[in-house]
Design a protein around this ligand. Structure first.
Ligand code: GRF
Length: 202
């Protein structure tokens, strides 16, 4: 079975959707472990599905490299085929990325390369755009700069605030994520050559 490790920081609603999809016997991937940089509420979803969890606590930017090394060690112990960053609100150090690249993907609540970074929804609203989106990318050393695997447009409504817009984006993120993990697990999409199998990628 194709195995997935998921890293989160927050409520883990996208994680929960992936756990639910993976609990179907038809789904070609299994979530084997969920990690976090804090006591994230979303860890409860993993526990509800009987999936082991771990925490590597964030100890500040000065300790980023040590944090990344510890995280990578925890992940390596599980030998996952794929690592999904699903709302991990920390930038992985380059050394940690290179240990797994290109087998790390990230969900992002904007139509990349528009609005990279930790405040994508707020930034889209501040820019006054009429459309934003959701994206799934391969993680590289930069901030949301890796190859785009999938993305979809989502309208910004006149009365949207950050919370309402984000809640409309997340279901699209979930659908794209579940589909992408399926495609990677079945070999329909090769992370070493993503653009060959995804005509929408850029
Ligand atoms: C998602 O929009 C993710 O892309 C962003 O944080 C959100 C995580 O939401 N970076 P949740 O924790 O899955 O509810």
């Amino acid at each position: 079975m194709f195995t997935v490790a998921v890293l989160i920081s927050g409520t883990g609603s996208n994680l929960r959707a992936l756990l639910e999809a993976a609990s179907s016997p038809d789904y070609p991937a299994q979530v084997i472990v969920v990690g976090a940089d804090r006591e994230a509420d979303g860890l409860a979803h993993a526990e509800a599905y009987g999936v082991p969890t771990f925490i590597v606590p964030w100890r500040g930017s000065a300790a980023r490299d040590a944090w990344g090394a510890e995280l990578a060690e925890q992940l390596e112990a599980w030998q996952p085929d794929l690592i999904v960053l699903s709302g991990l609100m920390r930038l992985l150090p380059a050394a940690a990325v290179s240990r797994f690249a290109p087998r790390i993907i990230n969900t992002h609540p904007a139509y990349l390369p528009e609005f990279p970074g930790a405040h994508a929804v707020r930034d889209a609203l501040a820019a006054g755009v009429t459309e934003t989106g959701a994206s799934i990318i391969v993680v590289d050393e930069g901030v949301d700069s890796g190859p785009i695997l999938a993305r979809e447009r989502i309208p910004v409504l006149a009365d949207d605030d950050e919370a309402t817009l984000h809640e409309r984006i997340k279901p699209v993120e979930r659908r794209l994520l579940i589909d992408m993990v399926r495609r990677i697990a079945t070999g329909d999409l090769d992370l070493n050559h993503p653009s060959r199998t995804d005509p929408a990628a850029s």
